[in-house]
Design a binder for this molecule. Structure first.
Ligand code: CTP
Length: 477
């Protein structure tokens, strides 16, 4: 196997500069970790991991000084690490360590070590590769665990006994699945079996770190692969039990419902072909989350999941809170998409009124495209003809929505009649009547009884007010 990587110093001149500086300083140092992995995969990043024998902080300060005196170096003396940015690069330095962990905490007991010690304590063979920056063996790949071979064979495995590697830092179980998913690699059988054995140790890891890995899995090209690994390893039962609930098929006589776990994964993959947006992907994951809670069997119609859209929307904030996902606008978007995900399907019928379409436009607002994307992804029949037919139906719905949108501009529907205007017109303070009038005007617009335009809507508001025994302060606007 070719272990000479001197060519990288010509291909990426900054690495050449780094090697020269390292040699001038005289510290033993290596490129390592994710940077080397990605470099060998032909997708070199801009984050460079460097390990040196001795103090990582002192070495970082010396390198920065030689590159540019004005660089500000962030140092973490407690951890023996330092980092700085230079041009488009982010450099992270660490002193080679020999680590042993206390089984009951994640706090490692750290001692200075050799390069070999440092490679031993890394998570996977493909992350334990180092390339020398030193004079005597510049460009040599130091690969004690066959990481290069594993990159070629597309395998994730731990350098040492996987039970020790995972027990040292249980987050690595999720990292194994994340790398397998991102890189489309297999997890070696003994490594995977160790994940199964150690799964409950995930509970000592902070939710933030778990969710960070989960989001990276979700952002892979085929996220279903990661979820299947999470499910089969048993990790999913600890980190996201609501999703596990979706799995399974129940039958009464010959009436079965589909497996909602695999359906959800298919929807997620379908949607992931169209968008990189994490939150739309979360909407796909959660769109049917309330199916287990709403499942009923009806003798006449078979299995039903009535209200799973509304109930699912209610579950979204709880799940976000538990997973420590941000509770703001993105959560509300996911919630809205879960709530509305059945609506466009209901509009596929031929005799649908403009008013039903108008209501959807109004409720979906600027998230209509996202909603339609989710609905299209939600078609997971194995029958291609059926899929084609359903998609064509959605084209029709979208066309009609477009026409109504052009006519009524409902998407940016800020009701021309605001609460302010109602209060001003009738000389009211905030009260129940203001809400009633506002709702009546909005309903009339959505029903198509009046256009969403000021003169007509204002006139209608006056009428509604009078009906409720209110007189305008002055007749004209
Ligand atoms: N590492 C580890 N165990 C962890 C985290 C990291 O052994 N729990 C080691 C791995 O050798 C890894 C390196 O530290 O390659 C850098 O970690 P990190 O920056 O988190 O990941 P990368 O491998 O660089 O990958 P990415 O940047 O894609 O997350």
């Amino acid at each position: 196997m070719d272990k000479d990587f001197t060519h990288i110093f010509q291909e990426i001149p900054f690495l050449g500069q780094l090697a020269e500086i390292t040699q001038a300083i005289g510290t033993e140092a290596y490129l390592v970790g994710g940077f080397v992995r990605d470099l060998l995969l032909g997708r070199a990043g801009k984050d460079i991991d460097i390990v040196c024998v001795g103090s990582g902080v002192d070495f970082a300060l010396k390198v920065a000084e030689k590159l540019d005196k004005d660089i500000s170096v962030t140092t973490y003396r407690n951890f023996g690490t330092a980092m700085f940015r230079y041009e488009e690069w982010t450099l992270e330095f660490v002193g080679a360590r020999k680590e042993s962990y206390d089984r009951h905490s994640r706090k490692p007991a750290v001692e200075n070590g050799t390069l070999q010690d440092d490679q031993n304590r890394r998570d996977f063979t493909i992350n334990a590769l180092a390339i020398s920056l030193n004079k005597q063996d510049l460009g040599t790949l130091i690969d004690p665990f066959g990481g290069l071979e594993d990159l070629r064979k597309k395998i994730i495995q731990t350098p040492l006994n996987p039970d020790i590697t995972f027990s040292d830092d249980p987050l690595r179980m999720m990292r194994a699945i994340r790398f397998a998913t991102k890189l489309n690699f297999d997890i070696a059988p003994d490594t995977f079996e160790a994940i199964i054995r150690n799964k409950e140790r995930i509970q000592i890891v902070s939710q933030e770190r778990i969710t960070d890995e989960l989001n990276k899995i979700i952002l892979a090209d085929t996220p279903s692969y990661g979820f299947k690994l999470l499910f089969h390893s048993g990790l999913l039962h600890y980190i996201f039990p609501e999703m596990v609930e979706l799995q399974g098929v129940e039958a009464v006589g010959d009436k079965k419902h589909k497996d909602n776990f695999y359906h959800t994964l298919q929807v997620l993959d379908n949607l992931s072909e169209k968008t990189q947006d994490l939150w739309l992907r979360w909407a796909a994951i959660l769109h049917d989350i309330a199916k287990p809670a709403t499942k009923r069997f009806d003798e006449k119609i078979g299995w039903t999941f009535h209200g799973h859209d509304e109930k699912g929307a209610k579950m979204v904030p709880h799940i976000f809170r538990k997973l420590k996902l941000p509770m703001g606008e993105n959560m509300r978007l996911v919630q809205k998409l879960v709530r509305l995900h059945l609506r466009p399907i209901a509009l596929v019928k031929d005799n649908i009124t403009d008013s039903a379409l108008r209501r959807l436009l109004f409720e979906a607002g600027n998230d209509l495209e996202a909603l339609m994307m989710l609905c299209r992804a939600d078609i997971t029949s194995k029958d291609h003809q059926k899929v084609k037919k359903y998609l064509a139906n959605f084209d029709k719905v979208e066309q009609r929505l477009k026409e109504i949108e052009e006519k009524d501009r409902l998407r940016s529907f800020q009701p021309v009649i605001t609460g302010e205007l109602i209060m001003q017109t009738f000389g009211l303070k905030p009260c129940k009547e203001v809400g009633i009038i506002k709702a009546e005007v909005r309903e009339a617009i959505l029903d198509g009884a009046i256009p969403n335009e000021l003169p007509q809507a204002f006139e209608f508001m006056l009428e509604v007010g009078r009906k409720h025994g209110l007189q305008p302060l002055k007749e004209e606007n």
